[in-house]
Write a protein that binds this ligand. Structure first.
Ligand code: FRU
Length: 499
């Protein structure tokens, strides 16, 4: 039985008519966004027939969250994306409230999507979430299978609530298909369930992979599980994990558990847990593995529960993805690096070596911009503070400050532009992360893209990802400020040339 309103045809026709009306002041130059409308989580990230495919939670009709479709784009190099027709719309009785997040896998040359059918009810207690499959022969046009739903409330363990059971991440291991699915327990904690299948159609419950504690949030969304550098990594996005030190300041956070899966028992033995990104706008990351064996992660570069300036200013779009990041594990810690292909788009605008700043603020020729990459290595052995003002003008600036007494790097968007408010306690504009210097040196790679700043610290040991919405067209200067003596070993600035 089909439901009438939200067809693929309607969605694609709407996009065709409205994409030209989008206001691009804040549109990213080299980050993926939708042609028009609202996006949230990355979905179905997969390397299929020589190209990367990325789907996303999508409501084309407005710039707010609504009945979820799956938008779709593909890329040869994770930087330049080609938009494809909408892949899924909520057009069946079992997904009429939305085709929620999920993942993709190839089998026998076909591309399968596993996603959550959301069935809302006016009485929330009656709502349901179930798992569904869709399949494609060409990687573009998808058919939902007749056997849907493939998992429903009958397949839940006793401790699970039927209302919150979503975001399947499917993968294959030793000839068996597995899916890990986020679930809320009746005690209102998060847990990840493990299911298995031999054909992607018939699924059975295997185990509770990992159950969260009361102080790890009320629900874990968007899980992912993979092997990396001899460890197993379980990623999830907990809602309302309590703040602790510099960690978990957003209303929802993203964590990586590093440890080992016991595949006999179907359980995850946790060795450590860390917050993935310390910025204000990073959520629901998903990974895939590519032909070169790289584990690549992409996340939604926004956060729930905030005002979204491109919505309130009627720009016709909301939400973008991070630049995909390559993941590694080093010394038991997750390392994130911007995918190397971005360097193919670099146009050098400045190169500076061995400059010393003593209690002064300096601007350098060629070091400025709204879209570009700034890479620098500074020696802070004799400094107390080093600050970079980004996207600066007489009225605005975004600050990145390293404090040598506390070894913290601080991001501050208080004076960046349009104020952002949200559900979290203040300060809603600042985030900090502890990052020790390496022999007194700080190494930064800063990706600027109109309304976003992604900072990679010390070869990817930490990252800070946030959006900003400067009001002045002139906000593109960059100043370096030293308190004490800062020696710039090297500074390279690149424009990004999308050809
Ligand atoms: C995470 C999330 C998922 C859900 C989707 C709905 O951001 O809440 O758990 O599937 O968004 O759009």
């Amino acid at each position: 039985m089909k439901t009438a309103n939200y067809t693929l045809e309607n969605a694609n026709e709407f996009i065709r008519q409205k994409e030209k009306d989008v206001i691009t002041t804040y549109s990213p130059g080299y980050h993926l966004t939708a042609p028009v409308g609202w996006i949230n989580d990355p979905n179905g990230f997969v390397y299929y027939e020589g190209e990367y495919h990325l789907f996303y939670q999508y409501y084309p009709y407005k710039t707010v969250w609504g009945p979820m479709h799956w938008g779709h784009a593909k890329s040869k190099d994770l930087v330049t994306w080609e938009n494809l027709p909408v892949a899924l719309s909520p057009d069946q009785y079992y997904d009429e409230g939305g085709c929620f997040s999920g993942s993709a896998i190839e089998k026998d040359g076909k591309l399968y999507l596993m996603y959550t059918g959301h069935l809302p009810q006016s009485d929330e207690e009656q709502s349901r979430q179930i798992q569904c499959m869709a399949v494609s022969e060409d990687g573009i046009h998808f058919e939902k299978i007749n056997q849907n739903p493939v998992l429903d409330e009958k397949d839940l363990p006793d401790n699970a609530r039927v209302q919150d059971f979503r975001d399947p991440k499917v993968f294959e291991r030793n000839g068996v298909y597995y899916s890990i699915i986020a679930s809320q327990t009746k005690e209102l904690t998060g847990q990840i369930l493990l299911y298995q299948s031999t054909d992607l159609i018939e699924w059975e419950f295997k185990s509770i992979l990992l159950e969260g504690t009361k102080d790890q949030g009320i629900m874990w969304e968007c899980p992912d599980l993979f092997e990396l550098d001899g460890k197993d990594v379980l990623i999830t996005s907990p809602i309302q994990i309590p703040k602790s030190g510099n960690e978990f300041h957003n209303v929802s956070s993203c964590v990586a558990f590093i440890g080992k899966v016991d595949w006999e028992k179907g359980t995850f033995e946790v060795e450590s847990m860390e917050e993935i990104d310390h910025g204000l706008d990073f959520y629901a990351p998903q990974t895939t593995i590519d032909e070169q064996g790289r584990r690549v992660m992409v996340a939604w570069m926004q956060m729930w529960g905030r005002n979204m300036p491109t919505h309130t200013e009627n720009h016709g779009w909301v939400g973008a993805m991070t630049l995909p990041r390559e993941l590694r594990i080093k010394d038991g810690k997750l390392i994130q690096l911007p995918i190397s292909e971005i360097a193919n788009y670099y146009q050098k605008s400045a190169e500076i070596k061995e400059v010393v700043l003593v209690d002064e603020t300096k601007e350098f020729e060629g070091v400025a911009g709204k879209v570009g990459v700034l890479e620098l290595i500074v020696d802070l052995k004799e400094a107390t503070r080093f600050r970079i003002e980004l996207r600066a003008s007489a009225t605005e600036r975004t600050l990145l400050t390293y404090h040598t007494e506390t070894n913290e790097l601080e991001f501050d968007r208080f004076q960046s532009g349009i104020p952002i408010s949200g559900e979290e306690a203040e300060p809603l504009n600042k985030r900090k992360v502890l990052c020790s210097l390496d022999e007194g040196k700080l190494k930064l790679k800063i990706l600027l893209d109109n309304s976003s700043i992604e900072t990679f610290v010390n070869d990817g040991k930490e990252t800070i990802t946030s959006t900003i919405y400067p009001l002045s067209d002139e906000s593109e200067k960059i100043y370096l400020e030293a308190t004490g003596k800062v020696r710039i070993d090297s500074l390279d600035m690149y424009d990004i040339d999308m050809l």
